[in-house]
Design a binder for this molecule. Structure first.
Ligand code: TXE
Length: 476
């Protein structure tokens, strides 16, 4: 990590000095030590990067599918080679436990690239509609803005789609966790991608982020982050009628039907809420259980939470690290205080709050019962290790509770009868549903209904998000 060219930006295929003179310090949220400083870029550096991307665009747009596939494969190999280093960097910059970082933070991007490779031919295929030939072309220059919770995965999801679609891209990573993007840029530098197809400009949202969303040279902004910032990005992009792809988080539910194996379902539900300390857009932060089995469910939840002792994220045994920043810890603690005031009852995690490490942005996990469906805890994204348990009477009420939020990203449904679970899954207004614990599919479309976002990422749909569609009418 120390060898990364952190004083530079990556533009036009080389590391170069930024115009920006200021820097942003990156803190390890477990030790609260500064572990690096990156340039605090403003509009001028963004313009230079967009310019480089525009110059690279015609060449890469004309590249054949074999060349694009070769670039994706080379990137995949590069990630695999440096997987340990990538996992360690993500752990140090945002605090996710190292075992999880190896498997997911560094492992998932490899599967994401496999998904793009598997779907590349289908994503770019032309079709006939009557006397028209419908062709797919790259949308142009993509401005990619990513958050800190899965910093490598979110960058690779956008870069892989851009490379597959024939676009050029400028990445602005989160100011809280930009170091893994530097490592990624170093890997990309070694795979022989034409200069300017990928560019890295770190900076803050209000400066570099805004510059990217308003720049005339950017054709599409692909943003992952908070609902509030997503609205601002959408509004700013609308001024130049830029396309936007927004992934904005959620308030996802684990829905346990009365005939389900309650222990397995609740265990999975609690783990789904505490994953990455709850800092996951698809975190299943609501657990919906039949009223008659509420007490049983709470017992299971208590037993699972006991394993989530907050601790050093670099220890392979740790399941729960610190939150990514002091600001995130404050936001989560405010939600917890609000939950207590609203009359919800804390049923797990109290003991863990006493043993928190003295240094680091730690928050103890907590599980809450008697949560009013209209309360913020039941409706708003907390983005911390906080689970709301709600009891329901009958399947219709379960579905209505699950749908009762402005978000619509994900859910899981459990039943002894898979057909019944699938029927319930179809009634949920969300972009993805895991049935009976089925695992994440990195090639399937990923994105949200309602205010969870606009558009889809990953696989064929992710590549197509970065394409324009053209109809050529042919005579006779
Ligand atoms: O996100 P922001 P923050 C949610 C989660 C969390 C909350 C706040 O609930 O508690 O957001 O996190 C850039 N124009 N999620 O403040 O502000 C910013 O620099 C253009 C859910 O970190 O959305 C960073 O690169 N860009 C989420 C990125 O946006 C702007 C993941 C995300 O920052 C900008 C993270 C602007 N005006 C947080 N302002 C998910 N969907 O998984 C900021 N940015």
């Amino acid at each position: 990590m120390n060898s990364l060219p952190l004083r530079s930006i990556y533009v036009g295929g080389r590391w170069t000095a930024p115009r920006a003179t200021g820097t942003i310090a990156v803190e390890n949220p477990a030790t609260q030590r500064i572990i690096g400083e990156v340039p605090d870029c403003g509009s001028e550096d963004v313009w230079t990067a967009v310019d480089a991307a525009r110059r690279a665009l015609p060449g890469w747009a004309a590249a054949g599918i074999e060349e694009r596939a070769a670039a994706l494969s080379a990137l995949r190999e590069g990630l695999v080679k440096r997987q340990d280093e990538l996992a360690e960097t993500v752990t140090r910059e945002m605090g996710s436990p190292i075992t999880f970082s190896r498997r997911v933070q560094a492992g998932l991007p490899v599967r994401v690239l496999d998904g793009f490779l598997a779907e590349l031919a289908a994503a770019t295929a032309e079709e006939r509609v009557g006397h028209s030939l419908v062709v797919r072309e790259p949308v142009g220059v993509v401005g990619a803005i990513t958050p800190w919770n899965y910093p490598l995965h979110q960058a690779v999801a956008k870069i892989g789609a851009a490379v597959g679609a024939g676009c050029a891209l400028v990445l602005k990573p989160s100011e809280l966790a930009p170091l893994s993007s530097y490592l990624l840029a170093e890997i990309i530098d070694g795979i022989g991608l034409p200069p300017g197809v990928f560019n890295l400009v770190p900076g803050r949202g209000a400066t570099a982020g805004v510059a990217l969303t308003v720049d005339d040279g950017v054709d599409l902004v692909s943003f992952t982050g908070s609902l509030e910032t997503g609205r601002a990005v959408g509004a700013a992009a609308a001024r130049t009628v830029k396309k936007t792809s927004l992934e904005l988080g959620g308030k996802s539910a684990t829905l346990v039907l009365p005939d389900a194996d309650l222990v397995t379902a609740v265990e999975d539900g609690v783990r789904g809420a505490l994953l990455n300390a709850g800092q996951t857009c698809t975190a299943r932060t609501r657990l919906l259980v039949p009223r008659a089995r509420l007490d049983e469910a709470l017992d299971v939840a208590r037993a699972v939470v006991a394993d989530y002792v907050p601790g050093d994220p670099e220890d392979p045994a740790t399941l729960l690290g610190p939150l990514a920043s002091a600001g995130q810890r404050e936001r989560v603690l405010a939600h917890v205080a609000q939950a207590a005031r609203s009359g919800a009852r804390q049923v797990a995690g109290q003991d863990l709050a006493n043993g928190l490490p003295h240094t680091g942005h730690y928050v103890a996990p907590s599980v809450w019962a008697d949560v009013a469906p209209s309360s913020p805890l039941a409706r708003e994204e907390v983005f911390g290790p906080v689970l709301a348990v709600l009891a329901y009477d009958g399947e219709d009420e379960a579905v209505s509770l699950a749908n009762r939020t402005d978000y619509g990203l994900a859910a899981s449904v459990w039943s002894a009868d898979q057909d019944r679970a699938v029927a319930v899954a179809r009634r949920l207004r969300v972009g993805q549903v895991d049935v009976n614990g089925a695992k994440f599919n990195a090639a399937a479309p990923f994105g949200g209904y309602k205010q969870s976002g606009v558009g889809r990422e990953l696989g064929r749909h992710g590549i197509q998000e970065f394409q324009e569609v053209k109809s050529l009418q042919l005579p006779g």
